[in-house]
Design a protein around this ligand. Sequence first.
Ligand SMILES: Nc1ncnc2c1ncn2[C@@H]1O[C@H](COP(=O)(O)OP(=O)(O)OP(=O)(O)O)[C@@H](O)[C@H]1O
Length: 420
Amino acid sequence: MIKVSGVSKKFKLYHTPTDRLKEKILRKKYHREITALENISFEVKDGQTLGIVGQNGAGKSTILKVLSGVMLPDEGLIEVDGKITGLLELGTGFDQELTGLENIFMNGTFLGMDKTEIERKKDEIIDFTELEDFIYDPIKTYSSGMLMRLAFSIAMHAEPKCFLVDEALSVGDAYFQQKCMRKILEFKNNGGSIIFVSHDMNAVKIVCDSAILLDHGHIISSGDPKDIIDYYHGMILQKAHMGDAEVIVYDMNDTKDCTGRKNPNASTGEVELISFKILNSKNEETLYIESEQVIKVIYQVKALKELSDPHFGLHVRNNLGVSVFETNTYCSGIKTFTLKKGQIAELVWEFFFPLSAGDYSFSVGVANKGYGKDAFEEYLLMAHDIEVLKVIPNDSAIIYSGVFNMKPKIKIQEMYGNKS
Ligand SMILES: Nc1ncnc2c1ncn2[C@@H]1O[C@H](COP(=O)(O)OP(=O)(O)OP(=O)(O)O)[C@@H](O)[C@H]1O
């Protein structure tokens, strides 16, 4: 369990080192104050992971430093049930001149292990890093990925109750990142609490049970990771252009034309999602398809106020919450039209669904006034996971595993080599 109550941290920035001296002698202010954290409170229970997201300079690393004890807060209380370790800024608690092995002893002691404990765990720590003989080299010769392997392995083997993960994880190669993620999930399943700081929103979705969004040292939103990430995306106006689905937008002036399978009942007071359905390649409404067929997603949105330049999005996620496809009419270059108060637009998205067997959820977004490549002035609705489509393997396709069928063309030829 980690409990943070009312934590604040300010930094004084001096233009030159002599300004600090001048301030002392002349008793005049020569610094600029930066509020890195202001009255931050949150709690992470056992077996839970909290994601912290925010733009550069939002205060994420400062929280981790305060939690790990590298830095003291100006105000507030931090309660941690058990040992807290983690993967922080690389190099913290390491000596560049010492070998990897010597650093296991030094950093291990720093993380609260005694010599006998380190001696006992040393082989396991080295095995996890897969650094082999490099472990006998000074760490100043290590790449950042190698250093991350070492730091992660020591931090995990210190048997913490709480673990802090920051961007340092991303310097590892894909193989080792996955290995670390598995270890992190295992730690969580065994009751450990995790704080996860990342700019990788998919990783936040997979790993975190809740999230907070930091901005200029303040928590501006907290809750379900999906909502926080959508809020964050909206904030930084960076919705990625991901694809070229065929989209048709119909103007439906009359509500009695609503043919949706059900009322998804998502309204924000500005727009209302009044129907949502999925059709298979035979135009039959369904929630169950074979992979690799063309499907249609049809939904209707009612304007509850006039929308001068409405745009509509669709987001598909897999069962881990990982985004597999997201786009909107603006990014797809689809022209829409002004929706008067009470008018309804029907969106028909037709696309090939190549994804492997599994459950896929659909979310719908509505925004107004697009500008730039993928930014909107008003984000009006984000209806999460309103429908789940079950995809089963396509019998006529090759047998494969992975995310989708890449339909390889495979050639094999018999070669006549030397028989000697
Ligand atoms: N040691 C320091 N001295 C002075 N200012 C600092 C110090 N550390 C952080 N800050 C300031 O505090 C604010 C928060 O910084 P922090 O590193 O916590 O942000 P962050 O969210 O981790 O950013 P990033 O995503 O770039 O890592 C920033 O304005 C930063 O300039």
